[in-house]
Design a protein around this ligand. Sequence first.
Ligand code: SAM
Length: 237
Amino acid sequence: MNLILLAPEALESDRLARVTDPRRLRHLREVHRARPGDRLTLGIMEGGIGQGELLTLDDHEATFALDALDQPPPPALPVHLVLALPRPRMLARTLEHVTALGVKQITLLHTRRVEKSYWMSPELEPEKIHRHLELGLEQARDTRLPAVTLEKGFRPFLEDRLPGLLAGRRGLLAHPGMAAACPRGIETPTLLLVGPEGGFIPWEVEKLLEAGCEGIHLGPRILRVETAVTALLARLF
Ligand code: SAM
């Protein structure tokens, strides 16, 4: 937690914040080992970032005297990530990593090799997703939450949603064995598609290429989803 992310209701006034969330209190005590008088970085959800002085800390609440929280969060990556739904634990980690890296639009997609049971996972409950996104924001000192959309059918996604998503974006389909290497250092708005643990099936690859996506590879090493996503984002942007 490199940033204490405040919900707007944590603000008692412009200059005073009260934190009561047990996770954040525990982190302040056990990781920061914070003491009254310490200065820490705080940010308001969807708002600015600045410093504050810890006034009080006990088992139930922490209070902060705030400086102006007027610094902007870091810039977002120009990417919409379409991720075939991974297994729940990998989903949790991947959401955290991609949020920390600055992704603001995420679509979780069903493809043939996604286990149907993954769609029933408690990890997909909105509060759970929110929690992973918050952890990513706090890690990276960001305040803007990504939007997460669930697409439970590949064909409706392909026919109804993909054309709109590709309007004004460069579509990149990450798939081992594609002819082109993943580009480096681009700034173009991009739609990046990453497959499930078993990969995209040939029919899905064919349809995504027909729809206008470019196939790209990351070399001969087949990476786990969370590693592949991180490597792709780092290399692309
Ligand atoms: N056996 C699967 C296959 O060959 O497609 C492996 C899938 S991999 C564990 C999961 C996803 O990560 C892939 O669908 C792809 O989107 C991405 N990925 C992993 N390694 C990659 C590589 N070397 N090049 C491009 N994409 C890769």
